[in-house]
Design a protein around this ligand. Sequence first.
Ligand SMILES: [Zn+2]
Length: 132
Amino acid sequence: MSKRGYDGSRGRSPHRSVKMHEVSIMEEAVRMAVETAKEAGASRVLVLRLRVGTLSGAVPDALRFAFDVVCHDTMAEGASLEMETVPAAAWCPECRAEFECADFISQCPRCRNLSGELRRGRELEIASVEIS
Ligand SMILES: [Zn+2]
């Protein structure tokens, strides 16, 4: 059993780089994928699919980088990562309609009201896991 270069599960280091956010997200996602595979009696994780909202705060490139790092020496080593982007959408109570937005608070394109009711875009979750 080889020891990994860092302990990602406990004891957060104060010297975290910018990418640590994505690394801890990925550690959690890969841990869940490996658990799913184990429970199903599988030996490998083939594909991990994530849903990433445009306002989730996670950078897809950084997630991809982190994925390669955290998969090393696990059942998910060599697995592919697929990311589905979820465009952010807000709800306008005046127009009773959803509209796409680029920020947490945005203006309804129809009535120009400010809406803070974000309906989609904060997702950062596992969509599915393929195992074998
Ligand atoms: Zn409106």
